[in-house]
Ligand binder design. Structure first.
Ligand code: GAL
Length: 698
């Protein structure tokens, strides 16, 4: 097992980051600061006479940096080749005057009108053939060489002017790279790049025909020029699953290529400033891991209360802490290890189907959850509420008068005061508690699996992320620290590995799983695992047969139930309901049954098994229950018998440890007592915390 400090450095070490870049990261994010909080400000939208007042107030409230120029292309380059930086110079100078660091942005999310009128081919075309218009944002096709040329020019101009400015701390590329609900761009430039990518991957069209299974329905191509990006809406009986998988792979690679391209444009002039982009939490078309080498830090945008219901009566006011935690644990394991939400919701938003008021206290709880999970920065979207234009109803740090602190602003102020107080007690050498460290778990994340399952769900009840979150939530209810990793990481440094619904496998991965268990690890695999090869082909074998030796059981069939029908599964004398997915297991001699189906024609068959392999074991949970309680109970039992002493917290009441501090956040419907020892010193909150509440102790 590694020490906690080694765990913090692991992503950096794995990437082979040199000492000097680690030292650089420590200069940007001094460890003793732990976490720093900033705010978005759009000076171009407010009268110049208010800039000084706003900047002074931002600092007075306790923010430590200000984020600017994100969508400002029309102000930076009002006409082709005519640049105007005076307004930004003034604001950077004001930030300096008040002791605020500055994050600048590349404005590529919002091309100006002159550019798209001159070059309409830079606009994206959606799957239905509709070309986007000027206005809104993310309307450009980043495969377009013309668009890239303009982006490169404005990025380089910005970097040339500010890339060595001592007050500029870092850069954000674009914003939430995506085309939001419009999916991918199907513009001619994108089509061409997709074809080039396929040619590179397959070499010959015969190989593509074979791997895509094109012999069925005469889908055969004579040459690559005939191929188009598959569009499910233009295909009478749906899109070819292998073509869809490749489309997702290509789009993620192309997006990473565009980020790399912009990072390179900035790096022509940028010295000693970091570069990031703000990925979207839970957006599956873009894979942040593909950009780990190109960005200095990882950030994301986080709007937990935006129309979802989530667990319990109050879930819609607090969001899903599992998804939030998963995102932190994923991004922290990429690149330098520095991560944090670049946009955090300060109150009601305007863009969800319904926009409820968040539970009082929960904004503070989101910030302290970020702290607890190791985030090094948090930034709030945004300081002032727009009075005209888009996002009118969006709450902000101050009320629409521009000066009065709004309720969410008060929660930010409280959190920032707490962080400053915790800094005074920071002890670099505080050792991670042994019980806590002993539960550290790797969670194997795969975008490819998610794409493939979401493309071919087999039941409308299937929800890949929902399934994963049942396991993540269960881990957190045991107070297990989680590292979300992908296959590029070495499994051997962990004792527990959870690989949920790992559908696409190959012989090498199965061997790595086996070795992991044989050396004493506990591997947890779940339903749908091992069903296909990496191309998304079903094995020419028994169903999922390549994993039978690994799990010590056969999977002769699986079942799914129509909406409204539930099946029952029992374990340890308790009953649980399922409806989404059930792998029916046939344990081999020596394999233990952990859960059993109690009804349907396969009543009495195994639903979950445990197979001893060398010094460790492989647990297979074949059923996906409605509320995830079975998964939580099984995991707890498995960890306890492996000697890990799991805690037993209610799901969504979360307790983490960071740098000597315990942090509890309550995302349940009821008051929760904190698991603090009698002699513990309470630094924030009470010993019983309400929904949306936080407690911190030492
Ligand atoms: C984010 C987006 C921001 C802003 C915000 C409003 O998704 O990145 O630019 O629109 O939503 O909540």
């Amino acid at each position: 097992m590694r020490s906690p400090i080694e765990f913090l450095l692991l992503p950096a070490l794995a990437l082979g980051l040199c000492d000097s870049s680690l030292a650089q990261t420590a200069r940007w994010f001094p460890p003793q600061d732990m976490m720093t909080v900033g705010v978005y400000y759009y000076p171009e939208a407010w009268p110049e006479a208010q800039w000084d007042r706003d900047m002074a107030n931002i600092r007075k409230l306790g923010f430590e940096y200000v984020h600017m120029a994100e969508f400002a292309w029309a102000f930076l380059e009002p006409e082709e080749g005519r640049y105007e930086f005076a307004w930004l110079d003034k604001n950077i100078e004001l930030a300096r005057k008040y002791g605020l660091k500055v994050v600048l942005c590349t404005p590529s999310a919002t091309p100006p009108a002159w550019l798209v009128r001159e070059h309409p081919e830079v606009l994206m075309v959606d799957a239905e053939g509709q070309r986007m218009e000027h206005g809104s944002r993310e309307q450009a096709d980043w495969s377009s060489p013309v668009y890239r040329k303009y982006v490169e020019e404005i990025d380089a101009k910005l970097a040339e002017r500010y890339g060595t400015n001592p007050n500029v701390w870092g850069w954000q590329i674009d914003n939430e790279l995506s085309h939001y609900g419009r999916g991918m761009s199907y513009a001619p430039a994108a089509q061409e790049k997709f074809r080039a990518w396929l040619k590179e991957k397959y070499g010959t069209v015969d190989r593509l025909n074979r791997d895509w299974g094109n012999s069925f329905w005469s889908q055969m191509y004579n040459n690559f020029d005939q191929v188009r990006m598959p569009d499910p809406r233009a295909l009478v009986a749906g899109a070819n699953p292998h073509a869809m998988l490749d489309l997702h792979r290509w789009f993620a690679a192309e997006t990473a290529d565009y980020l790399r391209f912009q990072a390179a444009a900035l790096r022509r002039y940028v010295k000693g400033q970091w570069i990031t982009t703000n990925f979207m939490m839970n957006y599956d078309l873009v894979n942040p891991a593909l950009s780990a080498r190109d960005l200095d830090i990882m950030s994301f945008t986080m709007y937990p209360v935006s129309g979802g219901l989530f667990r319990g009566e109050l879930g819609f006011r607090m969001g899903d802490p599992a998804m939030i935690g998963f995102t932190h644990d994923f991004l922290r394991n990429l690149g330098s290890g520095v991560e944090g939400p670049m946009e955090l919701q300060p109150g009601q938003v305007n863009w969800a189907p319904v926009n409820p008021w968040p539970q009082p206290g929960v904004i503070h709880a989101w910030i302290m959850r970020a702290f607890a999970q190791g985030a090094r920065l948090v930034c709030v979207y945004r300081y002032r509420q727009p009075l005209a234009g888009d996002e009118l109803y969006h709450k902000t740090i101050v009320e629409p008068d521009g000066v009065t602190l709004a309720p969410g602003g008060k929660e930010f102020v409280q959190a920032m005061e707490e962080v400053r107080k915790l800094r005074t007690m920071y002890q670099p050498a505080s050792a991670e508690p042994a019980d806590y460290a002993a539960r550290r778990t790797a969670f194997l994340n795969s975008f490819e699996n998610r794409w493939d399952m979401d493309n071919r769900k087999q039941t409308i009840r299937w929800d890949t992320i929902g399934h994963w979150m049942k396991y993540y939530r269960a881990l957190k209810s045991m107070m297990a620290p989680v590292e979300v990793i992908d296959e590029s990481k070495d499994f051997s440094q962990y004792r527990y590995l959870v690989a949920p619904s790992y559908q696409l496998v190959d012989a090498d991965l199965i061997k790595r799983f086996r070795e992991f268990a044989e050396r004493g690890g506990t591997l947890i695999l779940t339903c749908r695992s091992g069903q296909k090869d990496r191309r998304g082909h079903i094995w020419e074998a028994l169903w999922a047969q390549p994993i039978y030796d690994l799990i010590g059981a056969a999977i002769p069939r699986y079942d799914v139930l129509p909406p409204g029908r539930e099946g029952t599964v029992t374990a340890g004398g308790k009953s649980y309901q399922w409806g989404t997915w059930a792998d029916i297991l046939e344990p081999r001699p020596g394999t233990t049954t952990l859960a059993t189906y109690a009804d349907q024609f396969y009543r009495g068959s195994a639903a979950a098994t445990s197979h001893v392999l060398g010094n460790g074991r492989v647990v297979y949970v074949g059923v996906d229950t409605e509320d995830g309680e079975l998964e939580a109970d099984l995991l707890r039992e498995v960890y306890a018998s492996a000697g890990a002493r799991p805690a037993k917290l209610p799901l969504n009441f979360i307790v983490d440890w960071r740098s000597g501090f315990w942090v509890a956040t309550n995302f349940t419907d009821t008051d929760q007592p904190i698991p603090a020892a009698a002699g513990a010193t309470l630094l924030s909150g009470e010993r019983v915390i309400p929904p949306g509440g936080v407690a911190i102790w030492k």
